[in-house]
Design a protein around this ligand. Structure first.
Ligand code: ZN
Ligand code: ZN
Ligand code: FE
Length: 673
């Protein structure tokens, strides 16, 4: 399976397909290299061992053709033995661009406030000593720095949280091997296959046994991965723990750090020591995140191991540059019938992240010899990506297509499934700019690649305080109750609202009654927020999407019950909230959460049936950040299939805003035709 991505050189001119194939994702170290690391003198314990089948690719590439002088290996001269292997067509390092050995290749170093250590043996020994004693290290990875500490040492993990100023967002964990992983996480055949693949993503798995409590802060899942760099294997030989936290080395919201100087400066404050190697990371690339949903691996964050593999299209997208949305930003370039998606960029409201976007657009343009002939962006006038697109369009005179956010979600899913016909598009997420200028996010569209109409949507609710309501779900909960039961409702009778205090509740009531700073939103995410807050699972968020994540995490056991609702235009939830409030007095949050999720799946079915009756469309496309929720997506898929719908979901690009740029690209291609 690795052989497929062997690097091979093509003489003379290359066509687009060859060009794109040439830029391979980074590949986890292969079994042959691992066994060579055990025995072969020149590469005994060589912490950057690789061959034609494995090793860094995208992360070290400066330009094409993929040749050593065009990579950050250019400063390392091969020793005569490595050279001989590199030139020998029968050797497994024939034209392996990053090939090197203990004599000639890049090496690792350790440093902290008092010492600098070199020599692989000594560096490994010190690294292990630090981890074993509960310290935090910054370690240079494939596409950027990581922060590492013992995942079973609560004091260490808590210190990392404190220093990284990351309140409760779960940390990814690397396990020594699959056996130790299985002790802590449930693993299905599908999950196992992706987990051990050469792509080595972080997999969202169900927990069996907890690690240190601060690792996943009360959620019932663990982001788990296996070693993929030779150095990871070497370090696990020496440390006592079977699992380490391995989280992106960055300051909150900034891109993962790839430069050694920046690492020393910025991560020096978080870590107790720094482990680096002297080969430059050219292209920054985070760990990818995958969750198996409905028996298939679904990308949540698409980066290392997946980028820059193209998505094949049934439409010519040549020359289109789509700039994505704002959070979890990516961009996308069209070359012929292929879409090349960037790595995960992040939230571009952060200036450093926005710079990373622009710098990556240039890098990809160079790598793929891309010349834009048209631009695409979101409809939201305030997104920095939109402003960037407008600026580019003004400077170059290129046509600009603005694509509505939820239409782009639906098209991203249609594109990766090869659909080009009218579909029922269900797009559930937190926020997106609607065609009418209000905030959308619980949308039922009748859509094709080019256009859409809004069939119905979830009942818009006022968000008292605007963005503040998004980070404080109790406000949204209050607002739903106000909407359905009015100002005379006894808000203090709801325990989770009562906690906010009478004064705050009164203030909110006044805001709603007088409509002060209360923008409305049909976002499905808000409904999850409200229920999570009513159940007391999350009244104030400490990280993005915490409320819906905790709500999903609360489900255990099975129930097919659901709450009543009215599937009109819009879909309203008065009966839902009335029964839910009753349930709060007698049932567990786990039961109520399941019942609420079942309700939304039922809403999806009901409205899909309505649309089918009107338009005879049988294909349903489910996209948007809410469909990272495994329970909701599986439930909706099952209900729809029972009624003979054909259901399509995102797999190869994220259902969240990380997939938006693909949707924009394809919609724009169609509009251009
Ligand atoms: Zn190898
Ligand atoms: Zn060598
Ligand atoms: Fe979205």
């Amino acid at each position: 399976m690795i052989r497929e991505y062997d690097s091979f050189r093509i003489a003379g001119s290359m066509n687009i397909d060859d060009l794109i194939t040439e830029v391979s994702p980074d590949i986890a170290v292969c079994p042959e290299c691992l066994s060579e690391m055990d025995s072969f003198a020149r590469r005994k314990d060589y912490p950057l061992i690789n061959c034609t089948c494995c090793g860094p690719r995208f992360s070290i590439m400066e330009a094409l053709p993929y040749d050593r002088p065009m990579t950050s290996m250019k400063s390392f001269m091969m020793c005569p033995d490595c050279r001989r292997e590199y030139d020998d067509i029968m050797d497994r390092r024939f034209h392996a661009q990053p090939a090197a050995c203990n004599l000639c290749g890049p090496e690792y170093f350790y440093s902290d406030s008092s010492r600098d250590i070199s020599g692989t043996g000594a560096v490994l020994k010190e690294t292990a000593k630090q981890i074993n004693s509960g310290n935090i290290l910054a370690i240079k990875g494939t596409g950027g720095y990581h922060l590492m500490c013992d995942a079973l040492n609560e004091a260490a993990v808590r210190r990392l949280r404190l220093r990284k100023q990351r309140d409760a967002k779960p940390f990814a964990v690397m396990f020594r091997d699959i056996e130790s992983l299985k002790e802590y996480c449930r693993l299905s055949a599908e999950e196992s296959e992706e987990l051990i693949s050469w792509r080595r993503p972080v997999m969202i798995l169900d927990q069996i046994k907890p690690l240190a409590p601060s690792v996943s802060s009360g959620l019932n899942t663990t982001g788990a991965m296996l070693p993929y760099m030779p150095f990871h294997y070497l370090i696990f030989r020496l440390i006592d723990t079977p699992a380490v936290v391995l989280t992106s080395g960055n300051l909150s919201e900034e891109p993962v750090i790839k430069e050694d100087t920046a690492a020393a400066e910025k991560l020096g404050k978080i870590s107790d020591g720094l482990v680096c190697y002297n080969r430059e990371i050219v292209n920054r690339c985070d760990d990818s995140v995958v969750r198996v949903i409905d028996h298939k691996p679904t990308l949540i964050r698409r980066s290392r191991g997946y980028v820059p593999r193209p998505v094949d299209l049934r439409i010519n997208a040549e020359g289109i540059l789509a700039l994505g949305a704002e959070q979890k930003s990516t961009f996308c370039m069209g070359r012929g019938n292929q879409a090349i998606l960037s790595q995960y960029i992040g939230d571009i409201k952060n200036q450093a992240t926005f710079d990373f976007l622009k710098e990556s657009v240039d890098r990809f343009s160079g790598l793929f010899r891309f010349r834009p002939t048209a631009l695409a962006c979101d409809l939201h006038p305030d997104y920095l990506s939109t402003q960037y697109a407008k600026e580019l369009s003004r400077e170059t005179g290129l046509p600009l297509f603005t694509i509505q956010h939820h239409h782009a979600h639906v098209v991203s899913c249609m594109a990766e499934n090869g659909l080009d016909e009218p579909v029922i598009g269900v797009s559930f997420d937190g926020t997106g700019y609607g065609s009418d200028g209000t905030v959308w996010g619980g949308e039922f569209l009748v859509a094709d690649l080019k256009d859409f109409s809004r069939h119905t949507y979830l009942d818009p609710v006022a968000l008292p305080g605007g963005d503040k309501a998004i980070s404080e779900p109790w406000r949204t909960a209050f607002s739903y109750l106000f909407r359905y039961f009015g100002s005379s409702f006894d808000f203090m009778s709801v325990p989770s609202l009562c906690k906010a205090g009478e004064r705050k509740l009164y203030m909110l009531l006044e805001m709603l009654e007088k409509n002060i700073n209360c923008p409305v939103s049909s976002g499905a995410g808000r409904l999850f927020d409200a229920v999570s807050a009513l159940l007391g699972l999350c009244t104030t968020e400490t990280f993005d999407s915490e409320a819906p994540m905790r709500l999903e995490s609360a489900i255990d056991g099975k129930t097919d019950d659901y709450y009543s609702f009215t599937a009109g235009k819009p879909v309203t939830f008065e009966e839902t909230f009335r029964s839910l409030l009753d349930d709060i007095k007698t049932r567990t949050p786990s039961h109520i959460s399941a019942r609420f999720h079942n309700t939304l799946a039922m809403v999806i079915l009901e409205v899909s049936l309505q649309i089918r009756r009107e338009n005879s469309i049988k294909k349903v496309v489910l996209s948007g950040g809410c469909f990272q929720n495994r329970y909701l997506l599986e439930r909706a898929c099952n209900l729809l299939r029972k009624k003979n719908f054909v259901v399509y979901t995102n797999r190869r690009v994220p259902p969240n805003d990380g997939g938006i740029s693909l949707g924009q690209l394809v919609a724009a291609s169609k509009l251009r035709e």
